[in-house]
Design a protein around this ligand. Sequence first.
Ligand SMILES: *Cc1c(COP(=O)(O)O)cnc(C)c1O
Length: 360
Amino acid sequence: MSYKLFIPGPIAVSEKTLRAMAQPMIGHRSTDFVALYQSIQPGLQGLLYTADPVYLSTSSAWGVMEGSIRNLTQKKVLCCMNGAFSDKWLDVAQRCGLAAGALKSDWGQPVDPEALRKALSTGEYDVVTIIHNETSCGCMSDLPALAAVLREFPGVISIVDTVSSFSAVPIKKDELGIDVIITGSQKALALPPGLSLLSPSKRALERAALCKTRGYYFDLLEFQKNHEAGMTPSTPVIPLIYALKSKLEDIAAEGLEARYARHARLNQTVRTWALAKGFKLFPKEGHGSVSLNCFANTLNVDLAALNKALKSKHGFVIDGGYGKLKGQTFRISNMGDETDATMADLLKALDAVLADLGVK
Ligand SMILES: *Cc1c(COP(=O)(O)O)cnc(C)c1O
């Protein structure tokens, strides 16, 4: 049975994107590939408001999340933790054998700029990891405020994960002075999974050059060397690069401002709908994500029953809570290609299912 995903990743992929993937293969050392690679750089750099290169990694986001801390940490990495993905980044750092410290907030609370300043003031750290939009609990941290603190510590390399916010809100890498931005394909970009992007600053590459254990697959200098030739270190997932090119054309056609406005509007539509039902936003007031909503299940709805009916009767799937929040929260994505009409269809179906479950 076919159904449409409104979970916060992977999300629905358009027919146009799927068709873009179905093209004949080209050699990854051919001039055709170099032309493809180079043709998408301006679009990617435009989305990040950066002059830095944007590497294409054939991996999910975790590949470059792990690779970047391995390449860049000489002393100790500070992991800002406020949800499942950012919590996991500390665990990954420890599994890599890196010295790592935690800056913990409760799930749903944004990363606190003041606490970040205090932690970095110890001088212990030379790398910091931040998740801009904690998808697990729908919490968006204030990136400009955090970046202002980071600029006070020029010896600290910042790595920011924008997996679920990239292209949904403006992320001005150069203006903010962020060293490394990471994103994945299957969330805000509405591509199938399997591709991730990483954009490093010059400072980050200089730091990587000091590391003797960069390995190969995620070696930033290997990426840079190949980037200069319009290529990737190893054979990349060419169909997803076709899809990325097609998506960048869609984004250019819509216009960035219109794309941001659409995400904000659809996000608000869903939020207004849920609050009117009596649900509450899970993350801290003023820090709700713009690309998804995470609601506290204040009406004690049987979320498993809700999703079962939603899928079988209406062909839609939402998320019933991530990890320890399963059953207590639910999440609805408005990332990617959603429109007023597609969100209205989902909310109408949710109204019907909730009515069947006794919620008005
Ligand atoms: C989904 C997600 C990840 C992990 O992505 P994978 O593609 O599974 O590696 C990392 N960070 C955030 C914020 C995410 O939403």
